[in-house]
Each structure stands twice: as C-alpha cells, then as structure tokens.
Design a protein around this ligand. Sequence first.
Ligand code: HEM
Length: 168
Amino acid sequence: MLDRLGPAAWAKVERETNTGPADLISLCVYDDSKTIALISASATHLGLPVEEALRVFGRYWVRFAELSSFGPIMDFTGQDLVTFINNLDRMHRSVVLAMPDARVPSFTLMEETRKRLLVRYRSDRTGLETFVIGLLEGLMDRLNETGSVEVAGRAGNTIDFAIHLDRD
Ligand code: HEM
C-alpha cells in the first residue's frame, strides 16, 4: 500500500487504524479486523472501492513478498504458473508450521490448457475474492505472463478462478 499511497497518506492510515511499523514488519498473522481496517482506510485515501483496493493489495503483495525474506520461498515454489499453483498448498503448510494461529487457504489446479487455467480456491474466510484475483495477477506479473483473471464459479466456500493467458 505504501508504494501506492506515498508516505504521508500512509502515516494517516496508520494513525486511523492504530497500526505501527512493528505490526507490519512481522507481516504474518494479524487479525482480520485489523487487515480489513487497513484496507478500508487505504481504499478511502486512494479513492477506490474496497474490492478494488483488495485487488491492488493482492497484486502488490506478491511484489512485496519477493523483495522480503519470503523471496527464496517464492522462487522455490515455482518458476511457472502451473508448478507454482501445484506447490502452493505445500508451501503454505510449511510456512504455517511456525505460526499456529494462521489459517491458510487451499488452491487446486482443476483444468489446464495452454491458454486457460482453472484454479479452485477454498478458504474458511469470505470476502477475499478480489484479493485472490490480485494475487493471481501478481503471480502472472512475476512469472512473465499476461492475461486476465475472472471468477468462473462459486459454491459455498469454494471459488473457481479462470486465468486466461495471452499466448499464441
Ligand atoms: C512466500 C509467499 C507466501 C507466504 C509466506 C504466504 C503465507 C501465508 C500465511 C502465513 C497466511 C495466513 C495468514 C493468517 O492466517 O493470518 C496466508 C494466507 C493467504 N495466502 Fe499466502 N503466502 C504466500 C504466497 C501466497 C500466494 C502467491 C497466494 C495466491 C495465489 C497466496 C494466497 C493466500 C490467501 C488467499 C490467503 C488468505 C487466507 C484465506 O483465503 O483463507 N499466498 N499466506
């Protein structure tokens, strides 16, 4: 968010949500109400609807993760989309071994053709649909793919995302 808001606006968001740098440096598990408060305050300052701010946040999160101490984990998880998505659950499981309170989602690659991937997302949280779209877009940026992501179906706590790749 800092990248997009600039330092002054970010300082305001921090004051409004009672967040200090220490909360963010630890990055990992802060409770959802704080995350939502941060995103809503940032959305207001950016003049974006919350759903859109979540998407921007997801996309930037991938950049942030690769520049942080998580960089090597990202490299290890995969250098192409199919490998990355297939390894994502294992990666999350290993990351959360050290964080007993973390609740991680599950991703399954359901269909794969050259130009389209169908990815099933399961979570015990709701409301993160556009965040996941942003994360998938961020992964595409990282892995040198272009294209688009859309919701292909929803059922209960499961959302299917279709990734359309700009390939010949
Ligand atoms: C090195 C990279 C990554 C690390 C270390 C990581 C770690 C984590 C951790 C610890 C949580 C749980 C947070 C909590 O319970 O408070 C989480 C949640 C989540 N992760 Fe990751 N993650 C990484 C990459 C990714 C990527 C690339 C994606 C998507 C394509 C992803 C999708 C998600 C989603 C959607 C959640 C929210 C929880 C939910 O939907 O229930 N993560 N991740």
